[in-house]
Design a protein around this ligand. Structure first.
Ligand code: ZN
Length: 336
């Protein structure tokens, strides 16, 4: 989803950023507002109210979602429901209390602390996004008490620009002590002549600049590979030829990082078969959505979606022949 229309309006963006923190803000404890906009002490039992990041415990793992930025614009048609009419997509939006022709895309890398590992999953837009108020990962890692040099492993779900843009600053790796992991099929595709010479050549160029220089520190993953103990790669092909979701299990509790499988909280679940412009293989992407939605719904397993409204954490329920998204509210808030 690297090539969304801009349509950026600073005031609207600021309003959205406030709204992104404001969901939690409605449940804010007295005194918590003091922490907003300041550096907060990282603590696993803080109900995280700072705009821009949210931390929760899952089993013994500590998980921090970092908001790299928000991009409001037109949509979701034709990015979502490309094979439908604008009216049909607009009607689905209206039925869900959403504006018919406006859409906000969120970008959310995740940090997992498991065992002795600090794992960053995807890296946001990086320097290339800053003119538009994106690329805030590094700054917000700092407010969440995480130093880039703490990161031991960077996992890339796939190699679109909005996931790899934060790997390098001025040509130097940002995560100086990290190793890297990415799907082998994904790496093979983006370094192929087909990718370099086809309609996706711009993205292939970015892979060449951001990912290929790290190859000697990179592990190439296959379906079912264990990235670290408790984190397993699960094929989620379609959006790209080698995208992986990641199944995280800690103290017997499961959580899925779904990358770009479900990128609109209404369309992707309620209309999983509708075509999405940025899905390279539309049929495979729809099959992947149905397969994972069924798995998540049957197990009542929480998941994180990279592009869902902040913090992109929620559940899937079956609804007739399709599904619906249930956002996380207080399921992960530790008992008093
Ligand atoms: Zn994306």
């Amino acid at each position: 989803m690297a090539e969304m229309p801009e349509g950026l309006n600073l005031n609207r963006r600021d309003a959205l950023l406030i709204a992104a923190g404001g969901v939690a803000g409605t449940m804010m404890a007295p005194g918590a507002a003091v922490a907003q906009g300041q550096t907060m002490q990282a603590s696993s039992d803080t109900y995280p109210l700072a705009p821009g990041w949210r931390r929760f415990k899952h089993g013994d793992a500590e998980i921090t979602v970092i908001l790299d930025g928000v991009r409001p614009g037109e949509g979701p048609f034709p990015t979502f429901g490309e094979d439908k009419s604008q009216d049909e997509v607009g009607a689905l939006m209206a039925a869900n209390a959403l504006p018919p022709a406006r859409f906000a895309n969120f970008f959310q890398p995740v940090v997992l602390r498991m065992g002795d590992q600090t794992i960053l999953v995807d890296t946001g837009m990086g320097a290339g996004g800053r003119a538009n108020g994106l690329g805030l990962l590094n700054q917000r890692l700092g407010s969440a008490g995480i130093n880039p040099s703490d990161v031991t492993l960077v996992v890339l779900t796939h190699l679109h620009g909005d996931h790899i843009g934060g790997l390098m600053e001025s040509g130097a790796p940002v995560f100086a002590n990290a190793r890297y992991a990415v799907g082998k099929a994904e790496m093979d595709f983006w370094t192929s002549d087909e990718a370099k010479n086809g309609p996706r050549a711009e993205n292939a160029k970015m892979v060449e600049a951001m990912v290929v220089p790290l190859a000697n520190r990179t592990t190439l993953l296959g379906d079912g590979d264990e990235v670290v103990p408790g984190m397993v790669a699960r094929a989620a092909f379609g959006h790209t030829p080698g995208m992986f979701a990641f199944e995280v299990t800690s103290a017997g509790q499961r959580l899925f990082l779904m990358a770009d499988t479900f990128s609109h909280f209404v369309v992707s679940l309620q209309r999983p078969d509708w075509q999405v412009r940025f899905d390279q293989d539309k049929t495979a992407a729809a099959e992947t959505r149905r397969r994972f939605a069924t798995l998540l719904a049957e197990g009542n397993i929480p998941f994180l979606g990279y592009h869902l409204p902040f913090p992109g954490l929620g559940y899937v329920q079956k609804d007739g022949d399709a599904f619906r998204f249930v956002p996380e509210t207080y399921q992960h808030l530790a008992a008093g």
